[in-house]
Write a protein that binds this ligand. Structure first.
Ligand SMILES: Cc1cc2nc3c(=O)[nH]c(=O)nc-3n(C[C@H](O)[C@H](O)[C@H](O)COP(=O)(O)O)c2cc1C
Length: 185
């Protein structure tokens, strides 16, 4: 089966045992054969510096922008740090948002989720993340916010094992793929 839809997975956590990376891996394993999810590491992305964002940006930034360009859709998970999205993710999105008016994320179908050990599930970071994506003019999936509360008890062996949370998430992913399918050629 040919892969028809390529999803880029971005985790806003660099932590080895990250819940967000675990959720992305769980999604990847449940996709139909025609859809693939590639988990992209943000470890190498330097702090945003407009002085470096000219005609020759850092190689890690070019690679990140190219990965977004090549993807049909993007699935983003962010931790909530002090009521906001992680600095790692915001930094990556700031790089991706440029050059101004030519971001590879503009018009791209995007779905977002947050997870947290708290019952609030990172909902404040989720709101902020969606606001930033609005600034970049990404094509956000119209879907209720995917926030996974008490995530620690919903993970096992590096996978999301909570049936309700997983079903809700996967329905969002299905709509993300649908958005790609309905995109004008
Ligand atoms: C600096 C810091 C700030 C945090 N602030 C919040 C917060 O405001 N709200 C929340 O729900 N969890 C907060 N947490 C807990 C994170 O939700 C938790 O560490 C989560 O597992 C991080 O995601 P990860 O597992 O993908 O690394 C914070 C954690 C850290 C390290």
């Amino acid at each position: 089966m040919v892969v028809a839809v390529k999803i880029l997975g971005l985790s806003g956590s660099l932590r080895r045992d990250s819940a967000h990376s675990a959720v992305l891996r769980t999604v990847a394993e449940q996709l139909p054969a025609s859809v693939a999810l590639l988990l992209y590491e943000l470890h190498e992305v330097p702090p945003y510096n407009e002085d470096l964002d000219g005609s020759a940006p850092p190689a890690a930034v070019l690679a990140l922008r190219e990965a977004v360009h090549r993807a049909d859709a993007v699935l983003i998970g962010s931790p909530e740090y002090n009521h906001g999205m992680s600095g790692v993710l915001k930094n990556a999105l700031d790089w991706i948002s440029r050059p101004h008016g030519k971001s590879t994320l503009t018009g791209k179908p995007v779905l977002t989720f947050t997870a947290s050990p708290a019952f609030t599930g990172g909902v404040r970071a989720h709101q902020q993340l969606n606001e930033t994506l609005t600034a970049i003019q990404a094509m956000q999936v119209a879907y209720p916010q995917i926030v996974i509360g008490s995530v620690t008890s919903k993970l096992e062996g590096g996978r999301l094992v909570d049936e309700a949370a997983n079903a809700f998430l996967m329905d969002g992913v299905r709509r993300l793929v649908q958005l790609v399918d309905n995109r004008p050629a």
